[in-house]
Structures are given as C-alpha cells and as structure tokens.
Ligand binder design. Structure first.
Ligand code: AHR
Length: 633
C-alpha cells in the first residue's frame, strides 16, 4: 500500500480558474445527433441519405475527392431506412426518384406504386435508427407528399406486430402538400417501425416523412431527446463547442459545414455528407444549437471554416474568392447569433425564427486542426476582419499537434488536442508548468485517454483526472477544456472512446463522464499552493492532487490515485476548515467499463467525509471542506 500526505497553503494563491473552464465538444460523429440527441425518429426522412458525398466521383463502392481522398460509399441500398412490404395479392413497388421535386435543393423522393389494394396491403416501413423507441405521449407525424393515393394509414408497429399508435393521413392531392397529424402512444415499446399503408391503388410521391415526439428537452419543437440532453446538462458545461471537429472542414470544401444550410424549415434542409461515414440531416442546425446552449446555460463556441478542408484528408485549399466567401459565411453566422435585427439581415432571420434577443455566443474558433502557411494566411485574414467587427468575442487559433510553433501573434486562446494512452496523461502533468505566462491562454479543445483504454475504462478516467488536476493548477494558462467526442450511438462507433453512449432509450456515461461531472460540479475559483509527498516503494504510484477555494468559500481538494495499489492519504486541512463531503469514482479493476447492460458499474459514490481515507487503485476523489471546527485526523 502507498502512503501520501497533502499540505495546503491557504494563504498562498497560485492562480484563478476561469469560470468557463469546463465545457463540452459536440460533433455529429457516431450518430451523435441523428439517431441520438436529436429527437427525430424517422431515418432518412428526406430520402437523401444515399446521395454521393458532394463533389466526389464514385467507382466500386468508393467516393473519391479531386485531391484523391477516398471514402467507402456502398451504393447497394438507394433508400436506407425504408423497406417495402406487400401482403396478399396486392402489388407494390418502391423506387427513389428526383422527378418534379418540391425543392430543387432536396430533390429526392420515394415513389410508391400500389395496385390491387383490395386484395392485400402495400406498406412502406421506416425502421428508424436501429429501431424506434416510443413512450406514452403524443408524436407529431409530418408527411409531405403528392400523388393519386389520396390517403395512407400511418402506424407505429412493435417488433411483435402490435400497433402502438395509428392515424389516418388524408388529403394528399396532385401537388405537394404538408400534412400533419398526431399519433398517441400509450405504452413504451422499443424496436418499433413506422408504417405507411396505401389507402387505395395509385402512385404516392413522398418528399418528407417525420415522426417527432412532443416530449423534448425544454419542450422545444424541433428539439432534443430529454434523457440524452439531461446527461449533457448534468455536466454543467460553461460552453458548448459546435459543429466540431472535422465536420467543420469536410473532405472537400463542398461538404464543409455551412450554418446557412441548417436554418429554416427542416424539410428544406438538404443535409450533407458529414465525413464520418453517413449523411447528416442538419436537424440540429445552427439555431437549434444556439437554443440548446441557452437551455443548458452554456456559452456558445462556434468553429468556422477558414477556406480549407481537412488537412488529414488531402485538403482542398480554397481560392481567394472561396476564402472570402467562407469569411462572409463566418460574419453572417456571428451576426445571426448576436447581431442587431434592425441592421443585419441575418440577425433579422434569427428574430423571425422567434429569437429577437442575441444568443450567448462568446467564443469563435477559426479552423479545426489546421496548421501551416496555408492556415496562417487564412487565419490572419479572418482574425483581422472578425476582431475588428466583433471585438467582444474571444478568438481561438488552432495548434494541431500542440507544437506552439509559428502561430499567428493575434489570438486569445490556442486550441490543443490530445488523444493518448492513460499513462501519457500522467507524464504530461508538468506540461503547462513550463508554458510562458504572456497573457495568452490555452484551450484544450479535445482530449481523451482513448488508446489502450477499451471503450473508456477507469484507468483512462483516472489519467484524465490527473491531467485535469494539472490543468486547473495552471488555470492562468489553461482557460478551458472539453473532452471529446461527446456522444456515441453504440451501433455506429466511429471513434474508439466517447463520453456518453446510448442505444434506443438507454444512455450511460463512461467512467470519464463521472469524473467530468464530479470535477465540473466542484469548481474552485482560486487555486492554492499545495505540497504532496508519496511513499511508494517502486515509485509506480502516480498521484496528483490540487486544492482550490470555490466562490462560496468551500475548499475543494481533488486527487487522482493513478496507482495499481491502494493509497492511504492524509490531507492536512487548513485550520478552520472541516471535511464536509467526500466523493469518489472508482472500480474493482482499471479495465472496468460501463455499458448499456451495466450503466452504473462506475459512477460517483458518496463516502463519509474525512481528511484521511483509503484511496482505491485508479480511484478519483473530491474532498470538500467548509469553514467550521476542523477535526484533525
Ligand atoms: O473528436 C473526433 C475528431 O478528432 C474530431 O473531429 C477532430 O477534430 C479530431 O481529430
């Protein structure tokens, strides 16, 4: 067993911790939004999912960009998510078509042909995102269609063939109309599908089909699933970074994220290839993102493309004109968020969308994981223009590779990313001690112990805790941090380790989630000098600890016991303080993970508050002390 002792020097303040230190990084990866946070149940609601990624050519299952970047793109299913089912002697056919579209930008439709419907049924089913899960309540069904089939029976069917809810969709005519109706579900069912059965012989051109619960986070109309949204809200993030990540950049400039494409009625949003193997709907568009930030009390951090696509994917470097157009796009996005509706058309659009007040946009990052001369030239143009136009915002520069070499002199924060093994984080716990104190800050925009860490285990969580402890102690340099990525549907894991995972209506946080939540909800304002001694025979025990005082005067002590052994710790609490709470995240093994089946194998436990206690191997602890009679142990 190891032994450790910690001393806290109450009168020696080492730095202030930014109140925005803890935030989240969101990206549409692993079906984070579509099939995840976003509450839509219908997959491929606008029939665009099989569309080839923008500005690529296809041959034998691969989409290739002009610069030679290759993405696998199977074309065997032109209508993913949709299936035809015909019973009895009825006859039916389902085809994709772009004939006479309602909206040229979203031309794809599903053409259903039915005959002999008096002798059987012709139904198209949507299977959702690996099955639909419904709960007691009301669902809004929206169908945009035209054709000679004037009505369809819409129903939600359980895997056992029972009808969980149904409604008639009628009034379909020669030209496109948008028909809305409600379906009422009386009990929970998972693995369901939505069926649309032709009411008569004829042809039906479906342009858009949506099934959306009324029960969303904060009851927002085009909103989020409450159980996933609440997991994010429980992290108490001070900022919310959007839209990524590599999707900011695209595999080429044609599928770089564009905020303007994500505004307005959802049926008019074409979506885009999102670079993580599927096409996204942009249902969580810029407006929904900003609204969500407000709902969870987070400041918005928006990442703009500066006219170059992903450098790790054979970048396309935009021409002068293209760069200028990305710059205009950035200006418009910022105006949309914080501009004055009386002077800006983009801000006026925000007001029209029901939000005349500005959104809480505070941070703008220029580029994602970009580097080199091409980046710095574009960055220079963007920072000069944006800073002059929107001086109140905080601007972030990329430092891909965290080399801090040759960066532009004009920036507020520099974004460093770390995806490493658990033990790498331990050896990095003096990194920021060596950084210059020159008024420039660091934003650790993406980090995770995601190598040799399973799907996120206790050892990884403990290593990240050690790194967080170090970053907090260097709060004069490290101003903000966000773990990445945030969300993952367990059926589409594109990234090895992700903070919050889900399938149908189950959601769980990996051990790192519980550390993030514990640390974020116990935030010091002022960091104090501490000293720490460890008695470990082999020196294997890597224990990191810090102490700080919160706004309300609570003394917060954080400790990560990155050791294969237990450690007996004695914290010399300053006179006048008494232990008030002791919280721990630990597991029986460093390899222990949470899962859909065992979502709480690792979570936060409340222990009896004491200044001396036994720390489990790879355990993470927060001890809070309040002013009172300290019982010295
Ligand atoms: O978090 C996943 C990816 O990791 C992000 O899209 C990118 O910025 C980084 O490489």
């Amino acid at each position: 067993m190891n032994r450790a002792q910690m001393d806290i020097f109450e009168n020696q303040q080492i730095c202030e911790l930014s109140p925005d230190f803890y935030g989240v990084f969101y990206e549409e990866i692993n079906h984070a939004g579509d099939g995840g946070l976003y509450a839509e149940l219908v997959r491929n609601r606008n029939f665009m999912d099989a569309r080839l990624p923008e500005h690529t050519a296809w041959y034998q299952g691969r989409a290739v960009t002009e610069n030679g970047h290759v993405e696998p793109w199977p074309m065997d299913d032109p209508l993913p998510g949709w299936r035809l089912h015909v019973t009895g002697h009825a006859k039916g056919e389902m085809q994709g078509t772009t004939q006479s579209p309602r909206n040229e930008r979203v031309p794809n439709q599903l053409k259903l042909t039915a005959s002999q419907t008096d002798c059987g049924e012709v139904t198209v089913y949507n299977t959702g995102y690996w099955g639909m899960t419904v709960h007691p309540g009301t669902y809004r069904l929206t169908v945009i269609a035209r054709g000679t089939i004037s009505s369809v029976r819409a129903f939600v069917e359980t895997p056992y063939g029972e009808t969980a809810a149904e409604a008639q969709v009628s009034g379909i005519g020669e030209s496109f109309s948008k028909i809305e109706t409600t379906l009422t579900v009386s009990r929970r069912a998972s693995g369901c599908r939505l069926g649309l059965t032709a009411g008569c012989d004829g042809v039906l051109m479906l342009d858009f089909v949506s099934l959306f619960p009324k029960d969303t986070f904060w009851a927002r109309e085009n909103g989020m699933k409450p159980h996933i949204a609440q997991m994010i809200a429980d992290l108490s993030p001070s900022f919310f970074r959007f839209p990524g990540g590599c999707i900011v950049e695209g595999i080429n400039l044609s599928n770089a994220f564009s905020f303007a494409d994500t505004l307005g009625p959802v049926e008019d949003r074409p979506g885009k290839y999102n670079l993580w193997g599927y096409r996204r709907t942009d249902g969580i568009g810029y407006h929904e993102y900003l609204t969500f930030c407000e709902d969870i009390g987070a400041k918005a951090m928006y990442v703009v493309n500066c006219g170059m696509s992903c450098q790790a994917r054979q970048a396309e470097y935009g021409t002068k004109e293209q760069v200028e157009s990305f710059l205009q796009e950035a200006i418009h996005a910022i105006e949309y968020a914080i501009g004055d509706p009386n002077t800006s058309v983009w801000a006026a659009r925000r007001a029209e969308a029901g939000h005349p007040e500005p959104f809480p946009l505070a941070y703008v990052e220029i580029g994602n994981e970009n580097w080199g001369d091409e980046y710095l030239a574009r960055y220079g143009l963007f920072i000069d223009t944006l800073k002059q136009r929107f001086p109140s915002l905080v601007y972030i520069i990329n430092d891909y590779g965290a080399q801090r070499s040759d960066v532009h002199p004009e920036y507020d924060l520099i974004d460093e990313h770390f995806y490493v093994t658990p033990e790498r984080f331990l050896v990095m716990t003096d990194r920021y001690d060596r950084y210059p104190r020159n008024g420039k800050g660091v934003y650790v925009g993406e980090y995770a112990a995601n190598q040799e860490a399973g799907r996120g285990n206790m050892a990884a969580a403990c290593a990240e805790a050690a790194f967080l402890i170090h970053m907090e102690e260097n709060g004069d340099v490290v101003k903000m941090a966000s773990y990445a990525p945030l969300l993952c549907h367990v059926n589409d894991r594109k990234w090895p380790v992700n903070l919050i995972c889900f399938a149908d209506d189950h959601v769980f946080g990996i051990p790192s989630y519980h550390v993030q939540k514990l640390f974020s909800n116990n935030r010091p304002q002022t960091m104090l000098k501490t000293s720490f001694s460890v008695d470990s025979f082999t020196g294997e025990a890597q224990i990191r600890a810090n102490a700080g005082v919160a706004k309300d005067g609570t003394l917060i002590i954080k400790i990560a016991n990155f050791s294969r052994e237990e450690t007996e710790i004695c914290v010399n609490v300053p006179d006048g303080y008494a232990p008030a709470g002791l919280y721990a995240v630990f597991a029986e093994m460093p390899e222990t993970e949470n899962s859909v089946e065992e979502p709480q194998r690792v979570s936060v436990c409340t222990c009896s508050a004491s200044a001396s206690f036994l720390m489990k191997p790879y355990g993470v602890y927060v001890l809070t002390c309040v002013r009172g009679t300290a019982e010295k142990m």
